[in-house]
Design a protein around this ligand. Sequence first.
Ligand SMILES: Cc1ncc(C[n+]2csc(CCOP(=O)(O)OP(=O)(O)O)c2C)c(N)n1
Length: 207
Amino acid sequence: MTVLDHRDQADPGVVPGWLPGATAPRTDPAPLLPDDEPLRVLGTPAADKADPALLRELYRRLVAGRRYNQQATTLTKQGRLAVYPASTGQEACQIAAALALRSDDWLFPSYRDTLAVVARGVDPLEALTLLRGNAHTGYDPRATRTAPLCTPLATQVPHAVGLAHAARLAGDDTVALALLGDGGTSEGDFHEGLNFAAVLHAPVVFL
Ligand SMILES: Cc1ncc(C[n+]2csc(CCOP(=O)(O)OP(=O)(O)O)c2C)c(N)n1
């Protein structure tokens, strides 16, 4: 039996039969750091083509979302919410993703995606019901096509895949969007969900 041991190699990142660099720790921080120059959208040719009314509406939602995060966090300090995982700094990601859905598509959010739920049209107060410790969601998942905020990591992923697969079998033109954090990608549910989605050609987007 050949034992692969990178300690015997001149370059510890190279092991015969293994991907280059697969075993060595990553020492160059450059690919892990953000660019010095922030990504610029306003004033670019792409932005010039966007509808100014749409841009204002998107910005309005971001400002309202930032304020919502602030207020909901305050409610936890007052003991009026059990917990509020804020999305401060990443509001645009979830709001824009939810707005890209059609009304008959489905959203499968995690506990941190309250703003995506509000962007789906759910009442901002009702979107907090679960985080208040109530046993029910506060909104009707079927009517809003928005699943409950999911606290067990990545369990929303196979739910989204199952719904998308069922919709495809039924001939519905429905897409499911599953939101999750990078930590959630370490869960089996994430890998199982992706695997099933690929094998079954389920119309689901993972973000
Ligand atoms: C199955 C499961 N294990 C552990 C936890 C506890 N937990 C809650 S949040 C969290 C970290 C998740 O990180 P990430 O997916 O990156 O999302 P973030 O909260 O950073 O947005 C953990 C381990 C959980 N909710 N569910």
